[in-house]
Design a protein around this ligand. Sequence first.
Ligand code: NAD
Length: 345
Amino acid sequence: MLKVAFYDTKEYDRPSFEYYGGLHQIEFLFLETKLNENTVELAKGCDAVCVFVNDTVNEKVIEKLYSFGVKLIALRSAGYNNVDVRAAYRRVHVVHVPAYSPYSVAEHAMALLLTSVRRIHKAYNRTREFNFSLNGLTGFDLHGKTVGVIGTGKIGRIFIDICCGFGMKVVAFDRFPAQDAGIEYVSLDRLFEVSDVISLHCPLTDETRHMIGREAISKMKKGVVIINTSRGGLIDAEALLEGIKDRKIGAACLDVYEEEADIFFEDRSGHILNDDLLSRLISMPNVIVTSHQAFLTEEALHNIAETTVNNILSCFENDGACDNELCYRCGQIEHCRKERKERCF
Ligand code: NAD
């Protein structure tokens, strides 16, 4: 029986992991705490750890895991910016879930956009109090507007399809533009200049951190709507708040926030929020925040558990090769493994 320390467990994680783990003799040790330098000891005696987006898997944590004989870090997310994949190379294997339901995230991005531009969040609150006034609820048509999509991978492309269904014009920027899809790629500056709506679907890397900052915002159209369902660090939240206060940014829809790690995913309603920037953003009438919820559909939860269990099995069985391994061997973290069809180390 393989033993896996499952960090940062939430109520909604357990049923699907218990089900798929039970099918394959994997025992998940469900821990509510996040993985970090203080909690890594809890993984002693385990074969693997299973982590999520706000666990800290830095070099020190990896060294400890390695010294305990932990062989695998199984991310139950697509993004892996919280794992030092370079430090893990030749020590602990790293796998992720590259796609579990890109529809869940793309549809959430559109849900946020529609909520924002049609003021659904305000109308919902009003009618619950029998306030049927329409004052202040004027929105705008998405049809005919230009949406700028940054990152045209799995989620970005589905979001583009959804936007096309609404009759929007789409321009896109990607560091590695797709050759096949009939997408109109433009420079980042051009995208900022022409877009009425900008939606972020690229990963968080050293290059993309704060890609939406003061300079970028200064190049955008007045009234632009910014949607971020990718990673909080893509946006400099202080610059965003300034842009909102200056009336440059028309609305912001945020499913992620740079400093979300100690805030999101928990009920903090009885507490004073120790993050003035987030409090200020939430207090704005044209900002909608959801707490990293975009992935959260039934379909996605099942796919995440099934793929994670398969990732774990393939690393411990047969030749140990796993298509979803992230490895630093050739610098191409995601793609090299698949081409070689062999263990990364
Ligand atoms: P993907 O790997 O399929 O696509 C990412 C795209 O970004 C690729 O086309 C890549 O070429 C592009 N890219 C890389 N560097 C870039 C750069 N510097 N500038 C512009 N584009 C760049 O990933 P995906 O499955 O579409 O997921 C996108 C992101 O969504 C993930 O990185 C993750 O952070 C986020 N995500 C969020 C949630 C959520 O619940 N909010 C859930 C899943 C994924």
